[in-house]
Design a protein around this ligand. Structure first.
Ligand code: ARG
Length: 466
């Protein structure tokens, strides 16, 4: 299996090693295949580090200048797509440094003074996840705007509200959309909170214990946009809470997206027809010409599996790890990359679907009137206007529902005489609350489904989003 004795030992730590790694060792150990995504953060961190070393007199100004220039060359090579990534060089950190050496020679070897790959990777990854929190925030805001637009256009369109997926009480479509605005807004604030907490710099923690060189961690923290340096070097190199928080926030968000996706699947079905997905977000069937499938919604509904899988994977990696760095932690990146890509794709698709959604007013209203959805309004009227205890009102209403069901009509279709035969206290006034429009209009409690309340919430969110 091994030809490792033929290989020269590693250029970065060859002093201690006579032979290179086994090929399988190289395969399990290397992370360059995925951590090359951190190249911009890695180069940014190195440039900040070199500038600080020079400011502290640890590097000469000319060496620091050569390093910083050389790093820009490496950056442009990677961006141009002609950087020779090498598995033998394990990861992005050593790939960049080795190429820097080829470009600028000896000063490249001084860049790693007062630093370790442990604080380097912690810094790079934090910067990457921080950017993702911002990107998620922007994408969530776009989804909120799409939901708000739909809510505003259909603030008073009546639809059935469900419990147990059984018709419960009428609500408005706008109210339903606004429920998701609240959920997505919480997601947005979760990413913002996580960002605030993660915004401390691990750089300068070195391998684990700090360094004897007179470094200025405040300076590198500032250069990288961190609020402050992390206060404990052991924590700085071994903490991956920021990744766990990002994944947790992503998981909760994916739960929300999957619930909305499920509703779109149900609502667009032939049995409901509450909404129609635009052509852009539907697919046909290769065999059944009548089909119009909500594939994007189904895929979003499923994506939670990947995101939650990544979350569980990283929690499992971190659990029980002794301080400080262990190579286990290299397993953090692929999970976070995949979860982040998946979330961004799902958010973009959901935003597109919601923006292009057509809502069917007649279907919604017909369904809202079905299933005695104003029975609660009738019971409430008996309590409010006829002074019945709620339990008795519930019983009277139940009798009226049974009567309507037997006749095959809805509650407002019963005559006053029929109603009075069940309870003589009922008057003509009852019809004021029985229609679905009357029902929703009466739910004026804060956060209720009355169109006025819905419009007030829409106005509030529009102001928040600016
Ligand atoms: N590729 C490594 C990672 O992603 C970088 C840190 C390596 N540190 C070490 N002590 N071997 O975790």
């Amino acid at each position: 299996m091994t030809d490792s004795t033929e290989k020269s030992s590693n250029a970065m730590w060859g002093g201690r090693f006579a032979a290179g790694p086994d090929a399988i060792m190289e395969a399990i150990n290397a992370s360059i295949g995925f951590d090359k995504r951190l190249y911009a953060q890695d180069i940014r961190g190195s440039r900040a580090h070199a500038a600080m070393l020079a400011a502290q007199g640890i590097l000469t100004d000319s060496d620091a200048a050569a390093i910083r220039e050389g790093l820009l060359t490496v950056l442009s090579e990677i961006e141009a797509g002609d950087f020779p990534f090498s598995t033998a060089l394990e990861d992005i950190h050593m790939n960049v440094e080795a190429r820097l050496k080829e470009i600028i020679g000896e000063p490249a070897g001084r860049l790693h003074t007062a630093r370790s790959r442990n604080d380097q990777v912690a810094t790079d990854f934090r910067l990457w996840v921080r950017d993702q929190c911002d990107a998620a925030g922007t994408a969530l805001e776009a989804l909120m705007r799409a939901l708000l637009t739909q809510a505003e256009a259909h603030a008073d369109w009546v639809m059935p509200g469900f419990t147990h997926l059984q018709t419960a009480q009428p609500v408005t479509f706008g109210h339903h959309m606004m429920a998701y605005v609240e959920m997505i807004a919480r997601d947005r604030s979760r990413f913002a909170d996580a960002r605030k907490r993660m915004n401390e710099s691990p750089l300068g923690a070195a391998a684990l214990a700090g360094t004897g060189f007179p470094i200025d961690r405040q300076m590198t923290a500032e250069a990288l946009g961190f609020d402050r340096p992390m206060a404990n070097s052991l924590d700085a190199v071994s903490d991956r809470d920021f990744a766990l928080e990002f994944l947790s926030a992503s998981s909760i968000c994916a739960v929300h997206l999957s619930r909305l996706a499920e509703e779109l699947v149900i609502w667009s079905s032939a049995q409901f027809r509450f909404v129609a997905m635009s052509d852009k977000w539907s697919t046909g069937s290769s065999i059944m010409p009548q089909k119009r499938n909500p594939d994007a919604a189904e895929l979003i509904r499923a994506k939670i599996g990947r995101i939650l899988g990544a979350t569980v994977a990283l929690f499992t990696v971190m659990k029980g790890l002794p301080l400080a760095y262990s190579k286990d932690m290299q397993e953090d990146k692929e999970q976070v990359f995949d979860a982040a890509d998946t979330l961004m794709l799902a958010l973009a698709a959901m935003t597109g679907m919601i923006s292009d959604l057509t809502v069917n007013r007649d279907k919604l209203e017909a369904a809202a009137s079905n299933g005695f959805s104003t029975a609660t309004d009738l019971a409430d009227w008996l309590v409010r206007e006829a002074g019945l205890p709620f339990r008795e009102a519930h019983h009277v209403t139940g009798t009226l529902v049974a009567m309507a069901e037997k006749k095959g009509v809805d509650l407002p279709d019963l005559s006053l005489a029929e109603m009075q035969s069940v309870n003589p206290a009922i008057t003509e006034d009852i019809f004021r609350v029985l229609g679905v429009h009357n029902s929703v209009a009466s739910r004026q409690s804060y956060g209720g489904t009355a169109p006025d309340q819905v419009r007030a919430q829409i106005a509030r969110w529009k102001q928040v989003l600016g």
